[in-house]
Design a protein around this ligand. Structure first.
Ligand SMILES: [Zn+2]
Ligand SMILES: [Zn+2]
Length: 204
């Protein structure tokens, strides 16, 4: 998969970063299985760069959990269909036995666990209540802030123009203005999963 990224540059120094840092698959590892890690683009004072930052907004976290749950529900339905189709025809017609295998049991357990957390949070309670500050997903530092929305008016990837638009943020430690420009390159996204603990520490 390749996506156009946005370059972030400074008008007072040679700093250059890319929104591509937030591309890819980010997950939290939880006792209920892996869940999507909601994130934003921001600045990390330790990396001294644009970075992917945890989104600590409670509504965003609940929404993301609900999306994961409906994703798992359709995965479960799909696995059950697959298991049914793999049965010999006569057994398919006459067996009252429900399809069951390791994959189905795993998804079912994760789904039950996440539904329970949604209704009555326990292992995800401090995560859903946003009890700590956001961390940088590159280095784990809490010296971070979230960027405002990248201006919607920047040139499309297919445009001939590359006009820098101010994003309304001063380059920390430098004081220059940060600008957004559509990248000339599409980034190839390796769909490797980055996994984090609920404390925001990188696991793998
Ligand atoms: Zn600068
Ligand atoms: Zn960092």
């Amino acid at each position: 998969m390749s996506l156009p990224a946005t370059n972030i540059t400074c008008n007072a120094c040679h700093y250059s970063g890319s929104t591509g840092v937030a591309f890819g698959l980010f997950k939290y590892q939880t006792p209920c299985g892996n869940i999507t890690l909601p994130r934003d683009l921001g600045w990390c004072n330790t990396c001294k760069s644009v970075a992917a930052i945890e989104d600590t907004d409670q509504a965003a976290r609940y929404e993301s959990l609900k999306d994961d749950i409906s994703g798992l529900a359709s995965d479960l339905a799909e696995e059950i269909e697959k298991a049914k189709r793999s049965r010999p025809l006569l057994r398919r017609l006459f067996s009252k036995q429900k399809p069951d295998n390791d994959e189905i049991r795993l998804i079912r357990a994760s789904l039950a666990c996440l539904n329970e957390e949604l209704a009555n949070p326990s292992v995800l309670a401090s995560y859903l209540r946003s009890e700590r500050g956001a961390k940088c997903l590159s280095c784990g530092s809490s010296e971070v802030f979230i960027f405002p929305q990248i201006p919607a008016g920047i040139d499309s990837f297919y445009s001939e123009e590359r006009t820098p638009e101010a994003i309304g943020i001063k380059h920390p430690g430098c004081g220059g203005e940060l600008y957004a420009t559509t990248s000339e390159l599409r980034l190839n996204i390796r769909l490797t999963e980055k996994r984090y603990s609920l404390d925001g520490e990188r696991i793998s």
